[in-house]
Design a protein around this ligand. Sequence first.
Ligand SMILES: *Cc1c(COP(=O)(O)O)cnc(C)c1O
Length: 356
Amino acid sequence: MAFDLNSLLRPHISSLKPYTSARDEYTGKEGIFLDANENPLGSATKEDFNRYPDPYQWEIKKQLSKIKGVRPEQIFLGNGSDEAIDLLFRAFCNPGKDNVILLPPTYGMYEVSAAINDVATKKVSLTKDFQLDTKAVLGQVDAHTKIIFICSPNNPSGNKINRDSIYTILNQFSGLVVIDEAYIDFNDEPSFTQELDKYPNLLVMQTFSKAWGLASLRLGMAFASEELIRILNRIKPPYNISGLTQEYVLQALQNEKKVKSMIQTILDEKDSLEKALKGLDFVQKVYPSNANFFLVKVPQATSFYNKLIDHKIIVRNRSKVQLCEDCLRVTIGTKAENKALIEAMQKVAAETGVQG
Ligand SMILES: *Cc1c(COP(=O)(O)O)cnc(C)c1O
């Protein structure tokens, strides 16, 4: 299927003259910097933050490119994945005219970002076992469909989407296919980043918020063709990633070993938690998960959720979400936290007399 990035772009974006920052024009590190109206003396903090950070975060991208097997120019870094999602809407979707396809139940931010940008969404439900119905999805594509969002492993269901159906969409849709791999590090499936050179219509999102343990820093990654990454760079706020974030993420990238070991600990705990949840007679279903959480079906989920809060256990109530009736989404915690969860669930069940 023919793919032409330029014809997909909103016209005013293709002719946009971007802001050029002081740090764009001279990228050397040596010199006396009198170009950005910064305070030359320092900051009132322990560490100095008086200089603007690298607008393109090249140090991080150099390190990441080795880990991810892509070129640094194929990487975009955003203030959370949310920033990349928003920029995609702004670059490609004409408000009130274009549309995107979402596959509920899925991550809520795609729909919110679409609404903020006044972009229509077409929803094609996943199947009962949370798989992609390729025929139904492709059947919804019209001349104004710009993006299809696929989340794999999917949130809130936890399962990965069948690879063959993703390839079908990539091969047959001539707009952008966004694959959100926020939970990729918790499963051994290869990343779609390895397909970037084959599919110019592909953009893969990952994040430092989950396995990397850096949710508070706010750093999301997008991987795509160099041409597509250049577009995102042109429309992003110039200094979208703070110097503090860049510094700490570089630290984490030097210590990938610790991340791998934390992932292993979480996966070990996941096995124990799954067994414990399945051992509770009132638990109606624990959905198979390729992520660091479980979707769990319990009787009267909303009241169950509220009673868990009384025991100071906070899970995510997904019971009003389609295909997730009576389901709670539970993140894998530490051994002690998971034990407290199971004990609280037993107490709530006893208090309310719920039965499976
Ligand atoms: C948690 C999550 C993200 C991460 O978003 P950030 O803005 O990077 O923290 C992205 N996609 C999905 C599906 C998620 O569940």
